[in-house]
Design a protein around this ligand. Structure first.
Ligand code: AGP
Length: 612
């Protein structure tokens, strides 16, 4: 997804912008550019990586007092120098970088073209800078921020913007609707970025802009007004982010670091929420809404991608432990069903980034219908965390790798805590089972550590299947969502086609795909489904499929039948997703590395999809 950086101050502007863009690379992009303001606008931009931009911009002046930068994830028009941001109006006085989609760009472009304007790119973003320039040209006496507001009022869609204007060399303009922007407050210098990663090296004092905000930033501070020109105040937050949290710490990839961080991430997620000795669960973020949650006739979960998979695990957890009916919705499809929600309902939005446009849209739709909205999120200050009525942070630490790993396991931990607590309060979970689950949950970090210690064996397995053309992942019950997640991990970083399926469902079609070239990962990690999983393994073997079993001690028959076995520690069936997913993360990672794929920034993907 696109990334924005901006700087105003006495520092080395070009270097600060380039370093900031490098911190945003994890979001996924295909082009990059910067504009410096040293009286005139000096622009360098290109299709390619930030390192290509560094050489392309080597000749730019070092004396600029302000600048903006951008990493582009193509929406309108493919990757090209012309389509890269910043976009500069024909007058050469206004430069703009944009994250989001101007949905009515075609109509605006037609109107501007009719007024004689010519465009140099295929992007929706260029329409915006030309519109601003047209408004300024029509009335040069208009203050720039007023012209900016007039332009934004004509726009439908989403934007995060940073704008330079040669007429105001000591100002940086930013605006936000639907695409996040964070302002960093330095000492005699100010920063702006799409998230905190480019800012944390300079300051930990940040302000999160809200939708509709238009801010004017100078070296010494900022002023925020609404799009209707009403002065606003925004709270200054202290970032809980550290620089080393966004470094690789010796790992070859962020993804591998984050896979190995899971024992600590889960321990951090549990800290202050689980007291094993007293069998106490404390979810402070939900205490104010627990009554409404208890009274809800059902729970609706909305999410995307991996977060949708954790939501599916949640469905099994809530229905099994709390006997609470659950519906799990693709967030992007939720609104098209004209959801039958009212004020008795609860919508739980799950999102690592807290900025996924589809999930935010589902959250807003549920809120509009009167439902209580809860969030499970990993980013403090994110849109989702600020728009839900209540929620729980996963405390996994920054997840930089595009392929989600520790976010999934910590989301499942939060869902497990919620389901146990609800089960106890609703009287559907026997106290001794609840106590046993709480005690076992506290042992999960160590059990994940034991699985991580098997990485060499899992890598050897990856080496065998690096060039398989397809994979099938099968699981039942709590491990059906894990099959989906394992397949997603593989396909999104190795580009191998992979499908996750309910194991029994394999007989209703996909079995036709099975032959000696098809590795079939069978997750046989739950006691209550082991007999049926044996039948599935037999069915795969009867068709010469290559069976890779993720299983637990004592499943001797599974181990006898499978061609390859990864043994994970035994645990309660309800907690098995937390363990079964680990080998699948490592398998996908090592296959992708073997294939020379860009593991942390897979092609076409973005870390946070802030467009619908
Ligand atoms: C998962 O590995 C992918 N990166 C993607 O499916 C991701 O889970 C999805 O885009 C949702 O992101 P979110 O959790 O930040 O909302």
């Amino acid at each position: 997804m696109c990334g924005i950086v901006g700087y105003i101050g006495p520092g080395a502007c070009r270097e600060i912008l380039l370093a900031g863009l490098a911190r945003l690379e994890y979001r996924g992009y295909d082009s990059a550019g910067i504009a410096l303001l040293d009286g005139d606008l000096r622009v360098a931009k290109c299709a390619g990586r930030v390192r290509d931009l560094a050489s392309r911009s080597a000749g730019l002046p070092t004396t600029a007092a302000a600048g903006i930068g951008h990493t582009r994830w193509a929406t309108h028009g493919g990757p090209s120098d012309a389509n890269a941001h910043p976009h500069v109006g024909p007058a050469g006085t206004i430069a703009l970088v944009h994250n989001g989609i101007i949905e009515n760009y075609a109509a605006l472009k037609t109107s501007l073209t009719a007024q004689g304007r010519r465009f140099r790119s295929q992007t929706d973003s260029e329409v915006l800078v030309q519109l601003i320039e047209e408004i300024v040209a029509a009335d040069p006496t208009l203050p720039f921020d007023a012209a900016l507001r007039l332009a934004l009022k004509q726009v439908t869609g989403t934007y995060g913007l940073a704008i330079l204007n040669t007429a105001e060399p000591d100002r940086l303009y930013v605006a936000r609707r639907g695409s996040p922007l964070v302002v960093g407050m330095g000492d005699g210098e100010m920063f702006v970025a799409s998230d905190a990663a480019p800012i944390v090296a300079h300051t930990t004092r940040v302000v999160y802009l809200d939708d509709g905000d238009v801010a004017v930033i100078s070296r010494d501070g900022f002023e925020v007004r609404s799009i209707d020109d009403v002065p606003l105040t925004r709270q200054v937050h202290e970032l809980a982010l550290s620089l080393d949290a966004i470094e690789k710490a010796g790992f070859p990839h962020f993804m591998l670091k984050e896979i190995h961080e899971q024992p600590r991430a889960i321990a951090d997620c549990l800290r202050g929420r689980l007291v094993p000795a007293d069998h106490v669960i404390q979810l402070g973020g939900l205490s104010a809404v627990m009554d409404r949650l208890m009274a809800a006739p059902r729970l609706t979960i909305a999410a995307c991608g991996t977060s949708w998979h954790s939501g599916l695990v949640g469905e099994y957890l809530f229905e099994h432990l709390a006997r609470l009916p659950v519906e799990v919705e693709y967030a992007s499809e939720f609104r098209y069903r004209e959801p039958l929600l009212d004020d008795r309902d609860v919508l739980l939005a799950i999102s690592q980034s807290g900025e996924t446009a589809d999930t935010i849209a589902a959250l807003r739709e549920a809120k509009r219908r009167g439902a209580l909205t809860l969030g499970i999120c990993n980013v403090v200050g994110s849109t989702l965390s600020r728009e839900t009525d209540a929620g729980v942070f996963t405390h996994a630490g920054p997840e930089i790798g595009v392929a989600s790993t520790k976010a999934f396991t910590t989301q499942v931990v939060v869902l497990t805590l919620m389901a146990i607590e609800l089960g106890r309060r609703r009287g559907t979970l026997a106290p001794e089972r609840a106590d046993a689950l709480i005690e076992e949950l506290a042992r999960i970090p160590a059990k994940i550590g034991a699985i991580l210690a098997q990485e060499p064996a899992i890598k050897a397995l990856a080496d065998r299947f690096t060039y398989a053309p397809n994979f099938l992942y099968l699981g039942r019950s709590f491990n059906f969502p894990v099959a989906l997640e394992g397949a997603l991990k593989l396909k999104e970083i190795s580009y191998i086609h992979a499908e996750g399926y309910p194991a029994a469902e394999m007989k209703h079609g996909p079995i036709a795909l099975i032959d000696r070239l098809m590795p079939v990962v069978v997750i046989a990690a739950t006691e209550h489904t082991s007999d049926k999983m044996l039948s599935n393994i037999e069915e795969v073997k009867a068709r010469n499929g290559r069976v890779i079993a993720i299983t637990t001690p004592g499943q001797e028959e599974v181990k006898r039948l499978a061609e390859f076995v990864v043994e994970i520690p035994a645990t309660d069936d309800a907690l098995s997703p937390l363990l079964a997913v680990i080998p699948l993360q490592l398998l996908a990672y090592h296959i992708a590395v073997n294939r020379g794929c860009d593991v942390d920034q897979p092609r076409n993907l973005a870390k946070s999809v802030t467009v619908e």
